[in-house]
Every structure is written in structure tokens, then in C-alpha cells.
Design a protein around this ligand. Sequence first.
Ligand code: UDX
Ligand code: UDX
Length: 464
Amino acid sequence: MQVCVIGTGYVGLVTGVCLSHIGHDVICVDNNEEKVKLMQSGQSPIYEPGLSELMQSSAASGRLQFTSDLAQGVAHGEILFIAVGTPPLPTGESDTRYVEAVARGIGANLNGDYKVIVNKSTVPIGSGDWVRMIVLEGVDEQQKSQKSLVTAGNVSSKAKEEQANFDVVSNPEFLREGSAVYDTFNPDRIVLGSNSPKALGMMKDLYQPLVNREAAQDKSLPPVPVVVTDLSSAEMIKYAANSFLATKISFINEVANICDRVGADVTQVAQGIGLDSRIGSKFLNAGIGWGGSCFPKDVAALIHTADDYGYEPELLKAAVNVNVRQRLIILEKLQHELKILKGKTIGLLGLTFKPDTDDMRDAPALQLIEQLNRLGAKVKAYDPIVSQSGLSHGLSGVIIEGNAEMLADGCDALVLVTDWQEFVKLNYQKMATLMTHPVIIDGRNCLDPKVLKEAGFHYLGVGR
Ligand code: UDX
Ligand code: UDX
């Protein structure tokens, strides 16, 4: 099918590339000219395992193009994905101005052929109808500008509705950064929200190869479940899923903080409760807490929606409060070990909000750097991606080192902030000799305490 994806960020680019890989003819649109040029040259502007290889093969097949020309994209696609950013405003509300700009632009470029407009971006509950209204406004503005050329009579709003031949579908994404390509080809479910049987039919055709697991790791699994519901429920599924996962992590972090006081080991506790099939063992890793571009934004947006509609979301607010405090707990452990932090040198192992991504949005490391600078400590960091890329991602108040041993040199303590796989196999024996105080706080409980102690470290975990 002919597809247009607008917004080539972590979600839009992965969606476009994967849809072209399963056989669709995709045009990706982005208003960032540099990004478009980079993608036209076959390079990905973001780091996602497996993405650049897929980009090359799909572009070679001629089924993947990149442009900054929205009109070209709208004319090409029978299905138009809106996948632009919906960053949080200071109030917690989603900033939907980019979605609005794109929806209006789509309206202005509709040519009467039937289109399915898909909200892939995470948009506030009830946005499906709002997007429809904005698209119609775009149609209206286009007609007005054309009408100024031709003195046609007033077109009734009913006629406008008929002329604006489109339906809106909510199709939330559940992609984890660092495994976005894998998650696209191996989804747990596909969620479609719309009241238009025609639009739903086209979406099912679009996703049929994914439902049949044609690009899946395990092709023998039964077909992927497709949840078909109304627009608002589909939007709520996205927020509820992310809020539940964030709450689950805050729960195990709360248990970890109690374990720290009673001498229990939270990793054993997590294993013990996770074996209960009603709980499940995933997303029970205690540590410095959750960051990224989705959990913080989506939980804040759901809280904001609840407040808008007169409901006090106590549990969601508690999940956020536990998470904010978790970063300070790492700081408290440092102060407990080193007493005065002023003038001390602290080394951070990892900067990104999770491994296998280059995304620094709302990464716990950022708050740690800010707090340590405030207390007068000198901060250094080594991150496999950030250190390599040379770009310090706009970071300030931290010295980026090229490898773990250069990081350890002269440090009074290390904090493991991101559970990059390579941190498990570092030469901790040598690092300990380079440090003033061989102290390490394992902010992700991902190291083996025995190994670190044998290497000469004083090891502290979170809840163990
Ligand atoms: C975004 C939303 O942030 C997330 O909530 C949603 O679930 C999926 O889409 P992400 O892909 O990370 O996630 O967004 P981002 O990395 O900010 O990329 C957005 C892209 O849209 C950027 O490349 C930007 O240049 C582009 N864009 C933005 C447009 O093409 N047009 C615009 O008007 C605004
Ligand atoms: C999340 C959701 O998983 C995904 O379905 C949704 O589409 C977007 O948001 P993402 O934010 O990319 O994906 O990363 P995720 O793997 O969910 O981790 C989010 C944060 O939680 C990270 O900071 C991670 O370090 C933290 N985390 C995760 C924990 O602290 N403990 C865990 O057990 C799991």
C-alpha cells in the first residue's frame, strides 16, 4: 500500500522503514532538512539496533523515500501516519502544536481521494476528534485561499465534510527504544481505534504481514492479536500501558528502599514475586528509576487529563514521586560513603536513559549531574554511545571520558547509571587501582557484588 509517515523520530522513522520492509511503498516526511538529507544518503539520524541496515535494503528496493515536502507525502499516501513529537509542557500537558501543524498541513493538501489519517504519536485522550477538526480547518483554509481566486459560492459545512474524504485512526506505538525494530516486527498486540469500518479494514490490510509474523523472530507463534476499539479507548490503552509499567517500576523501587533498611535483597524479592504469572518478572528491576521520552511524558499527561476531568490520580502521582526521589537516593548513598562531596570527583558509568539508545531525554544522569555540581563535586562520565559520538548531546557540568579506565582515573567514587552490557565485563581490578576511593554505587543492580568486592571495590546496590 502507499504510505506516508510524517515525523521521522524514534517512532516515525522505525515505523516507515519497517512498513517498507514488509512490502509497502513509503514516503517519510520531516520538516528538518538536515535530517532528510542524512536519510536520503542512507544514514539514520538516530541509533536503533538494526535500523540502518533495514534503511539501506528498503531504500534499494525503491519502496522508501525521504522528503521535507508534506504535499508530496500526502498525495502519495492512502494511509498518512502522524508521528511527530508530543513533548511535555511544564504543566505536564502534552505539547500538541506539532501534531496540529501537521494535521492542518494534511488538510490543506487533501485532493479528494480517500485517506486514512493515523495518530501514531501519543496524543492526549480525545485527540482523535480534535485531529479531525484540525484537518477540516486545513481543508477550509485551503478552499478559502482557492476561493479567493475563483469566486465560488459558500460551500456548506456538510458539503465540506463530504469533500474532506478521510477518517482518523488511533494506532498507538509500544516501541521500546533500543529494541524499536524488534518490537515493530514482534508486537504483543496491535491496537486500532476508529469508528470507520473502511479505515479499520485498510489498517488491517496494512498490518497483515505483521499479524502473520512474516518478519517475526518466531514465525511459529499464533497471529498477533489486533485490538479494535473506539478512538478514546485506543488512546487510553497507550497511556494506561506506560503508566502501569512506570508504576510497576516505582513499586519495586519502593520495595528496594525498604529492603535497604531491613537487609533484604530486592533482586531476590523481584525474582520471588516475578514468578507469579499474575505479576511477571519483567520491569521489576530496581534502581535509579525511569527516564526517557515516554514514561515521564505519558504519566504526566495522564495525571493532567485526570486533573482536567476532576479526578485526583493519587496512585499515578505517587509513582512519579517515588521515581523523582529515587535519583536523590543515589546521591544520599554517595554522601553516606564520602561524607563531603564538595571537591570530590565522581565518575558516572552511562549517561543515556537506558542501554542501546542514544536518547538522553529525561535521563536520570542529567539530574545526578545537576545535583552533584550543585554540591561542588567534579563530574566525569563514560557512555558507550555518547563518548563515541563525540557530541556531548548538549551536556554541561560533566567531562566526557573516552573509556571506563580514563573515567576511573582519580575518581573518589563511581556510579553506574545505565546498565550497558559492556559495564558487566570491565577491568574493575585495574579501575580500583586508578581511583582515590574504590567505591561504586550500582544504580541498576546490574553488577555482581562478589566480583566487584574481589576487585577491591566497596560495592553498594539499590535495595541489596
Ligand atoms: C514521538 C512522540 O514524542 C511520542 O510521544 C510518540 O509516541 C511518537 O512520536 P519520537 O519519535 O521520539 O516520539 O519524536 P521525536 O524524536 O521528537 O521526532 C519527531 C520528528 O518529527 C522529528 O524528526 C521532527 O523533526 C519531526 N517534525 C516535528 C516534523 O516533521 N514536523 C513538525 O511539525 C514537527
Ligand atoms: C517505553 C515502553 O516500554 C514502550 O512500550 C513505550 O512505547 C515507550 O516507552 P522506553 O521508554 O523506550 O519504552 O524504555 P523502557 O525500556 O520502557 O524503559 C523506560 C525506563 O524505565 C528506562 O529509564 C529504564 O531504565 C527504566 N526501567 C525499565 C527500570 O528502571 N526498571 C525496569 O525494570 C525496566
